[in-house]
Design a protein around this ligand. Sequence first.
Ligand code: DX5
Ligand code: ZN
Length: 218
Amino acid sequence: MPRAIISPSVLASDFGILTAECKRMIKGGAEWLHMDVMDGHFVDNITMGAPILSCVSKGVPGIFMDCHMMVAEPEKWVDDIADAGGALYCFHLEATNAPIPLIDAIHNRNMRAGVAIAPDTPSTAITDEIANAADVLLVMTVYPGRGGQKFLERCVPKVAELRSRFPNKDIEVDGGVGPKTIDVCANAGSNVIVAGSAIFGAENPEQVIATLKSTVEA
Ligand code: DX5
Ligand code: ZN
């Protein structure tokens, strides 16, 4: 299995001091920062877009922005997110009819490409062709749209199914993940762990990051 990577979701951070929050997480052991981009169409919420990501990448040199694109037209934002310094562009499979050309477009802009599936999308929707072209597979364990929701354990078998098909791929889980739910995620084979409220809501985020990481590595 690929190595453990912890990606705190800044959705649970104080947006008023976003760059400082990102730096605090990196200091606390986070390797990636998970940036939830929502457009009010694909999901019923609006968060941030390329202008804010651009400020973050300038303010936090060397940051790896794991951009989770909860947007209705993922093709539309590839250039803007690349220009803003995005490192991983993860789009929803439900939002496109042409995932392979989109992955190519993302790679052409020197970003890693991720494919996300929402709770009601089966793992088999990620065909071998799609998975082989992508760098990261993201299994949502809540319905996209908001932080702080309850972890949906019924999504976990999809992680196991993808891990058995793709032993070397980065498989990310996102939604309701924290010290209480990490065991099942790690056992199923996810290695990229997104956590928002569990990390930012903790008194000692550094400790939570370390716990999540060591559980995946165990
Ligand atoms: C949900 C987002 C998640 C969310 C995770 O739509 O994609 O990244 O912020 O937050 P927690 O860990 O609080 O569920
Ligand atoms: Zn997310």
